[in-house]
Design a binder for this molecule. Structure first.
Ligand code: TYD
Length: 214
């Protein structure tokens, strides 16, 4: 695939405020005239949405960690092929609410599956499509729980604080392993401040895109 666009992913534990920040950034970029595609994982294509239903249904409590990893990877492969790669080829900006690091953080650090194996699974699923920039919104699991206390928890959200703590530690470890790509923003700050830091991280990439004449 010949990639011309810009690919940004957002990561964080449940309740980190990712979705709100993604929406805000997306709106602002659209207002500035960028050709934008926003995606949310798992999902984003008819097949991937069906896999999402399987994964998040709280009644499916028998799904084992390996099945979980394969299902997330399968949904991702479909999304990359149908939506992300075509958009990047056309020079668009793609913003993903979760992507391959979620599998490493949740199924690897959270569930305890071998992260080297998951890296290989991810490689197979994304076939080279890795974000230019990944922003982790870092928040304590307790604060995350407070923030999503009014919604009905899905299967993963029922896992409890210890699980969320392991996932958070996983994200922070990933940011140390891939410091060029993955940046951490303290999401315990007021939303305005969080947004300002996101804009500061994204701006140089938009400038590069402009220089490339896209
Ligand atoms: P979602 O309702 O989209 O949550 P959020 O708003 O927090 O993104 O549910 C996605 C859930 O799936 C979330 O708990 C994280 C989990 N997940 C994984 O465990 N592995 C993955 O690879 C992905 C993409 C998500």
């Amino acid at each position: 695939m010949k990639k011309k666009g810009l690919f940004i992913s957002f990561e964080g534990i449940d309740g980190s405020g990712k979705t709100t920040q993604v929406k805000r950034l997306g709106q602002s970029l659209r207002d500035k005239g960028y050709e934008l595609v926003t995606v949310r994982e798992p999902g984003g294509t008819p097949v991937a949405e069906k896999i999402r239903e399987l994964l998040l249904d709280a009644r499916n409590d028998g799904i084992c960690p390996r099945t979980e990893a394969f299902l997330y990877a399968a949904a991702r492969a479909q999304l990359v092929t149908e939506v992300i790669n075509p958009a990047l080829t056309e020079g668009r900006v793609v913003i993903a609410d979760r992507y391959l690091d979620s599998t490493l953080a949740y199924q690897g650090y959270g569930r305890g599956l071998d992260t080297r194996f998951l890296e290989q699974l991810n490689r197979l699923a994304v076939a080279g499509t890795v974000p230019d920039l990944t922003i982790i919104l870092d928040i304590s699991p307790v604060e995350g729980m407070v923030r999503r206390s009014d919604s009905c928890p899905d299967r993963l959200e029922r896992e409890g604080l210890q699980f969320q703590e392991a996932v958070r530690a996983g994200y922070l470890s990933l940011s140390r392993q891939y410091p060029e790509r993955i940046k951490v923003v303290d999401a315990m700050q007021p939303p305005e401040q969080v947004y300002a830091e996101i804009v500061a991280l994204v701006t140089p990439f938009l400038a590069q895109l402009a220089e490339a004449g896209v």
